[in-house]
Design a protein around this ligand. Structure first.
Ligand code: S3P
Length: 732
């Protein structure tokens, strides 16, 4: 990347930058600069091979350097700018690592009159309580956050290069303004340091009188580790950011007052709530660092591009699951076309093979299922592992509750955290016996109650097609009628496919009724393309100028087309062409061209009809002029990830004003989408949504943890690339 990298201040951070830049071969030469009193440290740095050479004269140090990193304490920044000013080069890129950014910008303004456009302020959120080059580490920045705080006039090429530089050092880059950086860091770094110093200051004096440290152990050590940090450095940081820190100290005093009051008034209930909330909040913080078990896949998306051409996205996930389930229970041989060959649907397929059903394929989306009849399933020898698939687990729990054998349903980490009481509770009313964890999550231990289930008339508290389908499948084995009423229309693929297999189901308004009187007769199934997968392209083409795309053979069941309705309300141009009915499901080709979008209040009745499409709709909202508001969508919090929080966090990292609410989000659209590193939290739809955001970003976006795209859309990366997005898939 560079010919000569000059590190000003070769301490812990500067030395670590030099070491990892060398490891990554990012510069032909790496030199250091320091003051006369730093001579010993610089000599050590050279001896250790951290730098190739060092200089005590700034002119010599920066001569011919194309990248200059200022890695000195925050208080020295103004003096350094003054020193650098006579040698400032338009050809070089300058950056710093200061832990406060407002003061760096203010110092640059004072020295240069205006902040130079080739200075890119940055801050790696990495460090240790040690200092000096000996403490430097070549992997100090690996998987650590790094914040860049450019100004509106910062040169884009300089910004891009610094972003790439840090990404090559392994950092997770975010871009935000300096004010936001300083207020976040005041809360999460500066305040904790002040607290640690304050506590040790107070207890240190007590110790002098009564030797209390002798009896201090792990808790004290953990809490006060950061009080071992360099006092001068922290004095400087606190001074530089005092405007953000002082109000936080006030808030903390209020929190301590609250706890004091709770204790004084014996309000242990509230005390517990406070501690319990903090405990969960800390877990949320820790979860970010969890390394995924499987190989980690990263999507690197270059900014810009447009989507053009024709595509057929893979088969519908919901229908693929149901084709296996009903095909297996049918009498006769069922042929399926357009089956989704992705992990979720394959998990269902494997579960039925485990229960003795012969299934050939899939080959090019074609399957042959040799149905065993309604009472032909066999006890599985092992637990049924359903991977990431909520649909498999919830629908199977209903089907297996009435079998003459016991079964255990397990899933991956995400599925094992999702609520299952929504199915086990109504199933229990039918006489089912299913044990969950205390939290109401998988594994599910199902005791088969063949012949003992009783029909119920159930009104669902939430609009869920999975709960409805689960109860209908249980109802096929229950005495009497089983009726499910939904508070709002949800996808009706189960009902349609049951009818397609000649099984009687009665629909009266929002109530659907089934009995055990009936049998399934094998029928061929043609699964259309999944509108939930098409949604990424509907949004991508709508937001990227110059796009023109035809999506073929997409399922447009009216319980699934909320995404089209919402995008049209926002001003999208989507034509529905060549409408037809295939195997009982409406299908069409969708023609979408770029159109400027505007923000809207999303009508609540559309929420269940677009429930899986909100992650990418949030991206559309970020590109739309004005405000978009979503409410009534609390279900999003219990999908494969908490899709409200995860999307708000990621959009914020990309510089979008997105505020999560309890049941939705408020997005101020129309601004710039920046670059940065976001994580999908292992959620396929989040990974694909942030990739699509790249079409309108002004810098590269890195999406971590994308292996789960395989659960619904393994072809995504190749398809989106062939249509015009510059996406590269890497493995860690
Ligand atoms: C599905 C129903 C929806 C949806 C899920 C698939 C189905 O879940 O989010 O991806 O196939 O029945 P809920 O029914 O829980 O809303």
């Amino acid at each position: 990347m560079f010919n000569r990298l000059c590190i000003i201040g070769v301490g812990l951070i500067g030395g670590s930058i030099a070491k990892s830049a060398r490891l990554q071969c990012l510069s032909k030469q790496i030199v250091g600069y320091g003051r006369a009193q730093d001579l010993k440290n610089l000599e050590t740095a050279k001896q250790l091979g951290v730098i190739d050479d060092f200089y005590l004269d700034i002119a010599d140090a920066v001569q011919d350097a194309d990248c200059i990193v200022i890695a000195t304490p925050v208080a020295s920044i103004e003096a350094l700018f003054t020193l650098l000013k006579p040698h400032w080069s338009e050809q070089a890129i300058y950056t710093d690592v200061g832990s406060t950014k407002g003061n760096v910008i203010a110092a640059a303004e004072r020295v240069f009159g205006a902040v130079p456009d080739n200075l890119v302020p940055a801050h790696p959120i990495a460090g240790a309580e040690k200092s000096g080059v000996e403490a430097s580490l070549e992997n100090l920045f690996l998987h650590k956050r790094l914040i860049i705080t450019p100004l509106s006039f910062t040169r884009p090429d300089a910004l891009r290069k610094i972003q790439m530089f840090w990404e090559r050092l392994g950092a997770l880059v975010s871009v935000m303004d300096a004010k936001r950086h300083d207020s976040i860091l005041a809360a999460t770094s500066h305040l904790p340091h002040i607290l640690a110093f304050a506590l040790v200051d107070m207890l240190g004096h007590k110790d002098e009188q009564s030797e209390i440290f002798k009896y201090a152990a792990g808790g004290f050590r953990d809490f006060t580790r950061i009080a071992s940090s360099d006092p001068t450095m922290w004095q400087d940081i606190c001074a530089a950011n005092k405007n953000e820190i002082i109000p936080l100290i006030e808030q903390l005093k209020g929190e301590l007052d609250k706890i004091q009051h709770l204790l004084a008034s014996d309000d242990y209930q509230q005390l517990f709530s406070t501690f319990a909330y903090a405990n969960t909040a800390r877990q949320r913080f820790l979860n970010q660092f969890e390394v995924p078990m499987s190989k980690s896949i990263t999507f690197q998306v270059q900014p810009g591009g447009k989507l053009q051409g024709e595509a057929r996205v893979p088969g519908d996930k919901s229908m693929s699951h149901r084709s296996i389930m009903l095909g297996s229970l049918a009498e006769g041989v069922t042929h399926v076309k357009g089956f989704l060959e992705a992990e979720d649907a394959l998990a269902t397929l494997q579960a039925f093979r485990d229960m003795g059903v012969k299934i050939e394929g899939p080959v090019n989306g074609e399957l042959t299922i040799y149905g065993v009849g309604k009472h032909g399933l066999k006890a599985p020898e092992n637990d049924l592992y359903l991977g990431n698939s909520g649909t498999s687990m919830r629908l199977l729990s209903g089907l297996l509750a009435g079998q003459p054998f016991n079964s255990v349903l397990t899933g991956d980490k995400s599925l094992s955290g999702r609520p299952m009481k929504r199915v086990t509770e109504p199933l229990a009313m039918m006489g089912a016996e299913i044990k969950t964890t205390e939290k109401g999550t998988a594994p599910l231990h199902i005791t088969g109650k063949a012949g003992q289930l009783k029909g119920i008339d159930y009104t669902m508290p939430m609009a869920s097609a999975q709960v409805k389908s689960c109860l209908l499948l249980a109802g096929m084995y229950a005495q009497g009628e089983t009726s499910v009423t939904e508070p709002a229309p949800t996808r009706d693929h189960t009902e349609r496919m049951l009818s397609g297999f000649s099984y009687p189901v009665k629909q009266q308004g929002s109530k659907v009724t089934i009995t055990s009187e009936g049998k399934l007769t094998a029928a061929d199934i043609d699964v259309p393309s999944d509108i939930s997968s098409a949604a990424f392209f509907l949004v991508g083409a709508s937001i990227a100028p110059g796009s023109d795309l035809l999506l073929k053979h997409v399922g447009i069941n009216p319980t699934r087309t909320g995404v089209i309705s919402i995008l049209r309300l926002m001003g999208a141009s989507i034509e529905v062409l060549n409408e037809r009915v295939v195997g009982g499901e409406p299908v069409a080709d969708l023609h979408v061209v770029y159109s400027p979008l505007k923000g809207i209040d999303i009508p609540e009745e559309l929420v269940p009809l677009a429930i899986d499409e909100f992650p990418v709709l949030f991206v559309a909202a970020a590109c739309a002029e004005g405000q978009t508001r979503l409410s009534g969508a609390e279900e999003l919090r219990v999908k494969e990830s908490d899709r409200i929080q995860v999307m708000a966090d990621g959009l914020q990292i990309l510089g979008v004003d997105a505020q999560a609410t309890a049941d939705g989000m408020i997005i101020q659209g129309g601004g710039v989408i920046g670059g940065g590193t976001v994580t999908s939290h292992g959620d396929h739809r989040i990974a694909m949504s942030f990739s699509i955001a790249g079409l309108r970003a002004n810098a590269p976006i890195t999406v971590l943890d994308c292996a789960n795209v395989n659960t619904s859309f393994p072809e995504f990366k190749d398809l989106v690339k062939s249509l015009g997005l510059d996406l590269v898939c890497g493995e860690d």
